[in-house]
Design a protein around this ligand. Structure first.
Ligand code: ASP
Length: 341
């Protein structure tokens, strides 16, 4: 299996076969558990971040990896691990999820999130919620405590409240940087999509010690979104998907295109039906998103704990950690994970 992964290492599919390159052919050295995260993809070029900014992003990713790893290392579930990692990123104002979310055209923060359990294929999602501190918790509550998969708008806000999830004043989500991005967007407000191309959606995929996969994604969407626009993140099979034995995926980028390509499910289908190595499946999916005009990236996790990262934009905040190895982070497209020794 791992031989296939290695064969699939190509350009921007920065597969982490190195959880061990040396152990490519044997499952014996497969990690007990594994976690990969992203903090959004976009035009993040070398030189576009100051050293301090870069350090802050890497520290944020590292903190999220450690939170998820803490869960997995104690034998916790992949669902709890992706939730824990995303909590950290939702509270970090650098990322476009929870606090730090981008603004709608009307100057509001409307949050989308989803989670999927690869073991049961149960899933939950919320779209356009406005008061839940941790949107991923609302998605999880939909999965665990409702007969539905996706709730939107006011009803979703009400459900979250009724579930006793932490509610905050909408100003909690506001950051000056995102407000300035909205003002910039308004200047050319006919722009169809976010002209700043600075995303920051967050996502996590994990394999736990019991062999179960999970995926979750959380976002404020895109600057200047209108009319109740919902992106790919909360759409199961587009921005988020997990199925034991195949893969777990969280995507980020221009969501409209990821929806049209059923991107997250497409990665798993390529693995399951075309028998593609995960890294190749990830890259081919991003290529198909790119072919219709979309940009961004995705993270994927295979059933043996092998992560893959694929992107067609200049950068994606991302990271990985697994049993027996320290957390590692990357930002620019040409950075390999794991870092070359
Ligand atoms: N995919 C998200 C959306 O379209 C945005 C992002 O990933 O930055 O809502």
């Amino acid at each position: 299996m791992r031989g296939r992964y290695l064969a699939g290492l190509i350009t921007l599919a920065l597969a982490n076969a190195g959880l061990g390159a040396a152990s490519a052919d044997s499952g014996a050295d497969a990690p007990k558990w594994s976690l990969a995260i992203h903090g959004g993809a976009g035009v993040i070029e070398r030189g576009s971040l100051s050293p301090e900014q870069e350090k802050a992003y890497r520290a944020g990713l590292d903190e999220a990896l450690r939170a998820g790893a803490g869960v997995l290392d104690k034998g916790g579930t992949s669902l709890d691990a992706v939730t824990a990692a995303i909590h950290v990123l939702e509270d970090n104002p650098l990322f476009n999820a929870g606090r730090g979310a981008v603004f709608t055209a009307e100057g509001r923060n409307e949050l989308d999130a989803a989670i999927m359990d690869g073991r049961t294929l149960k899933a939950g999602a919320v779209a356009g919620i406005t008061r839940t501190r941790h949107p991923v918790d609302a998605a999880r509550a939909v999965m665990d405590h409702s007969p539905h998969v996706m709730l939107a708008g006011e009803g979703a806000d009400r459900f979250s409240r009724e579930q006793g999830l932490e509610q905050v004043d909408p100003s909690w989500f506001r950051t000056e940087k995102r407000w300035q991005q909205l003002l910039e967007w308004r200047k050319n407000h006919q722009a169809r999509l976010d002209p700043t191309h600075r995303y920051g959606t967050v996502g996590a995929v994990a394999l736990d010690a019991s062999g179960n996969l999970a995926a979750a994604t959380s976002t404020g969407g895109m600057t200047g979104k209108r009319w109740g626009r919902i992106g790919d993140s909360p759409v199961i099979g587009a921005g988020t998907y997990a199925r034991n034995g195949q893969c777990a995926v969280s995507a980020t980028g221009s969501g409209e295109y990821f929806i049209r390509e059923s991107a997250a499910r497409q990665v798993c289908d390529r693995v399951a039906y075309l028998h593609r190595p995960l890294a190749a499946a990830a890259q081919e999916t991003i290529d198909s998103v790119g072919a219709i005009g979309g940009d961004g990236g995705l993270i994927a996790m295979g059933p043996e704990g092998m992560p893959a990262f694929a992107l067609n934009s200049p950068g994606m905040y991302r990271g990985q950690v697994a049993s027996g190895s320290a957390p590692q982070t990357a930002i620019y497209a040409d950075e390999a994970l794991p870092a070359k020794k």
